[in-house]
Each structure stands twice: as C-alpha cells, then as structure tokens.
Design a protein around this ligand. Structure first.
Ligand code: BG6
Length: 476
C-alpha cells in the first residue's frame, strides 16, 4: 500500500509570464513581467520605465507556450501528471487592469488550454496572481500601495471564478506573497505588488501597506470563490524558506524565531484570519501606521484559506550575535552560509530535510492540508552528441526531496495533498530572466536570448518522474 493518499496530485508547475510569450497577442496588455530585462546570478534584472527599445525582455516570447500549448499538454499527459499548476495572466483578461469588462480573447486562450488539460485527465491548480499584474496599475495607481487595487483584483478574480466554475478545482490567490518581506531589493516588491520606490521613501512601511491590501484582497477572493464555486478549494501560496539558528546559542534561536515571524506572518493572516500579536507589537514599536479598517479585519476573518500551497527550494541560516534584545531581522544582512549543506550554482542551499521540517512547521501551526506547489533544481543542462540530456543531478535533488516528503507523511503524519515540481518544462527564470537556469524534465531548445529551435525533448528525469507517478511515489 502506498504511503501517499490515493488521490495524490502529481503534477508540474509553471507561471503564465514565464512560459506563454505572446506578450502582445489576443489583446494582452503590458504586465510588470514585460518590463524586466535579463539578469544573471549576482546581476539583478533591470526594471525599465515601460518597454524601451534596445533591451532584451525574455518574458515577451518565453517558450511560446501561447502557440505550442497543445503539443506541450500532450507531453504533460505522456509524463503522466494529473495536475497542472499555472497562472492566469491578469493582463490578458484585463489588459490595463482598470477596465470594467474583461477581454474575451484573453479568456478564450485559457478556455482552450484548460479544455486541453481536461481532455487529457489533468486537474488544474491555478494561481490568480503570479508575479504578474497589468503595468498600467503600477503607473496609474502605484500598484498595491493603492487600496483601489483590491477592487481591480476582485473584478479579475470574479471573472475567473465564474468562467472556470466546475473546471478549476484548486485556486491560489498570490504567489509567494511573503517574498516581498525582502523589501530592500527592487525585484520582489515589484513582482509581488508592483511597488516602485521613490528615493527616500520608507520602503518597509510601503511594503506592509501593500501586503495588507493584498491580504484583504486575498481574503475577499477566498470568500467569493466559496460563494461562486463551493466545490473548489482555494489556498494561499507561501515561499517557504525555513530559517534555522546558526547554532544552539539562545541568541541564534531567538534570531531565528523573529526572522520566521518577519517572513511568515503572512501565513498567520491567511490561515488564522487575523494579525498575530508579534506583528501588531512590531508595527507599534516601529511606528508603522497602516491603513487597516474594521471592515478589513472582518474580511480577513471571513476569508481564511482551505489549504496551504507553498514552494520549497532551500533553507536559510541566521546568526543572532549582538541582536538582543529585539532580534529584528534584516534579510539583506543577517543570513549566513549553512556549513552542513551544499549549494547550487546559483547559491541556493540544497536541504531536503528542510522540506520535512517545513511540512511539520506548517502542520503544527495551522492544521490544514499542505500542497507542495513548487520544488526543483535550477541547473545548466548539457546536450550530448546524441541530443540527450542526462540530468542525474536533478533526479537526485527531486528524489531526496520526495523521500523527505514521504517521511513527513509516514513518520510525522503530515497531510500532503500534492506535489507539483517547478518548471517541469524549461522556462524563463523569474529571478534572473535566464533560460539556462533550467528546472525541466522537458528540455526546450532556446538559449538566454531565446535563440534556438524551440523544440521540446525529454531529459532523463522525464522517464524517472513517469515511474514515480505510476507507482504513486513508491518507486523513487
Ligand atoms: C519561485 C517562483 O520563487 O521560484 C517562480 O514562484 C520561480 O516564479 C521559482 O521561477 C524559481 O526561481 P528562479 O529565480 O530560479 O526562476
């Protein structure tokens, strides 16, 4: 008998802007992803003022899934997945974001894509906002720093819930909403919330305000989804990077505790329906005065999620030396290398046990079903003379993480409903905009400048994952 549930969701995950391309097709508007250039490890992507001549914007064409989705879905079916996680590009449905009526042509694309998946017995797990919002909402309204964005988002959510009632079974509101806790960087707050900071602005306070509006929007979307399609399940999506203490020194332990507060209070609001005391106290003592109304607090209470979707790639370590008594966490400064785990070429620490730890951490706190909606290994793949890709390193990574997941189920009794590895078809990296940081089991013949045939082929990990799925995870 399998350790995992019989209805376990075995899938693959992607996001609209990272694979679709067709950035100007079917009436689509410019999105925040369309104004980001290619970067590299240690070289951040540039966010330009609108689309400018002379820059390379990898998301404009990506892997051209917009035109090739039928061929790709056929490969997904051959792989054997029963669940496909993608997102609906907000800028396809509301090209500018503030229109009253949706763009039919944009919806038509998802009608067709979802029908193709259903035809192949593939369930849908859909993220409403995955690092992609109409750019017009940024230039005209300041993105999520503006309360009005709640209304625009709900209009978008309502259209999606009505249209895909009975078709989409699993929804998620905001991808990795907590990544913007890293407000010092330009990238995460821009992709998460469309935040562009002016010099001298209090970035932290603006980020908390934007996050609050998003959490209210999320809660209202959850309530709306329950009302429109009571059979659907709607969850949050958290970037889970557990933060360990550097040592058993009590200072390190406290630093890790407060660091976890700073990154995971979002999950408390999503799951418990209210702000945790540690955040209320933090806002008071930091003199961060937020626009939070009584009605907002009620909306948060009434829109708690059905499950926790989360990504897991790595763990962090924090050093608490000289941080007493407040132990405030500064992600840009406080992290140290973990001496016990290796790292990828992009510096991501590889820690399968961290996945088991994370599953336990969520289960202990929230008692909700858990859905691992991203996990994977970004690596450079070499194509040999026969055109084959022997990605044993990727198989090793995934195998070790699946084994850790099974241990969490088997020994710790955690309720895991599914696993959708990230970028199971090669796509544009969100962090760097590169193609060469590949996660896929399906290879896409395109380089960083999207030159190449675009042809799809199967890596070794393809047949490995096929067997994992066939055996419901018994054979890793
Ligand atoms: C998650 C995102 O942060 O990690 C994805 O939800 C992203 O959009 C993935 O692609 C991997 O990160 P990267 O930077 O390697 O693409």
């Amino acid at each position: 008998m399998s350790i995992l549930r019989n209805d376990f969701l075995w899938g693959g995950a992607v996001a609209a802007h990272q694979l679709e391309g067709g950035w100007q097709e079917g009436g689509k508007g410019v999105s925040v992803a369309d104004v980001m250039t290619k970067g590299a490890h240690g070289q951040p992507r540039q966010i330009t003022d609108g689309v400018q001549p002379g820059y390379h914007y990898p998301n404009h064409h990506a892997i051209d899934f917009y035109h090739r989705y039928k061929e790709d879905v056929a490969l997904f079916a051959e792989l054997g997945i029963n669940c496909f996680r993608t997102s609906i590009a907000w800028s396809r449905i509301f090209p500018k974001g503030d229109e009253l009526e949706p763009n039919e042509e944009g919806l038509k694309f998802y009608d067709d894509l979802f029908a193709e998946c259903q035809k192949n017995g593939i369930e849908l797990a859909i993220t409403l906002s995955h690092f992609e919002m109409p750019y017009h909402l940024v230039t005209e309204y300041g993105g999520w720093r503006n309360r009005k964005t709640i209304e625009f988002f709900l209009r978008f959510a309502r259209v999606c819930f009505n249209r895909y009632k009975g078709i989409v079974k699993y929804w998620m509101t905001f991808n990795e909403i907590n990544n913007q806790a890293n407000y010092q960087e330009d990238f995460a707050p821009f992709t998460n919330s469309g935040l562009k900071y002016e010099p001298g602005e209090d970035r932290e306070a603006i980020m908390y305000q934007a996050a609050h509006y998003e959490l209210v929007a999320s809660a209202k979307a959850v309530a709306l989804c329950h009302q429109i399609d009571p059979d659907a399940k709607i969850g949050c999506m958290i970037a889970m990077v557990p933060i360990y203490p550097y040592s058993c020194s009590p200072d390190d332990m406290m630093a890790a505790t407060t660091a976890m507060h700073r990154r995971y209070w979002f999950t408390d609001v999503h799951c418990k329906g209210h702000y945790p005391n540690y955040m209320n106290r933090y806002f008071e003592r930091s003199k961060i005065d937020l626009d939070i109304t009584k009605e907002d607090l009620m909306d948060l209470r009434e829109g708690t999620v059905d499950y926790i979707g989360f990504s897991y790639y790595m763990s962090f370590v924090v050093n608490g030396k000289d941080k007493a008594p407040v132990y405030d966490y500064d992600e840009a400064q406080d992290l140290v290398k973990n001496p016990y785990v290796p790292a990828s070429d992009w510096g991501w620490q590889i820690d399968p046990t961290g996945l088991r730890y994370s599953l336990n951490w969520f289960a202990d706190r929230y008692d909700l079903p858990l859905f691992i909606v991203e996990n994977g290994f970004g690596a450079v793949d070499e194509v040999d003379e026969e055109g084959k890709i022997h990605d044993q390193y990727r198989i090793d990574y995934l195998k070790a993480h699946l084994a850790a997941m099974k241990d969490a189920v088997n020994y710790d009794g955690v309720d895991v409903i599914g696993y959708t590895p990230w970028g199971f078809i090669d796509l544009v990296s969100a962090g760097t905009g590169e193609m060469k940081k590949r996660y896929g089991m399906i290879y896409v013949d395109l380089d960083d400048y999207l030159q190449g045939s675009g042809n799809r082929s199967k890596k070794d990990s393809f047949s490995w994952y096929q067997k994992v799925i066939e055996s419901n995870g018994e054979q890793l």
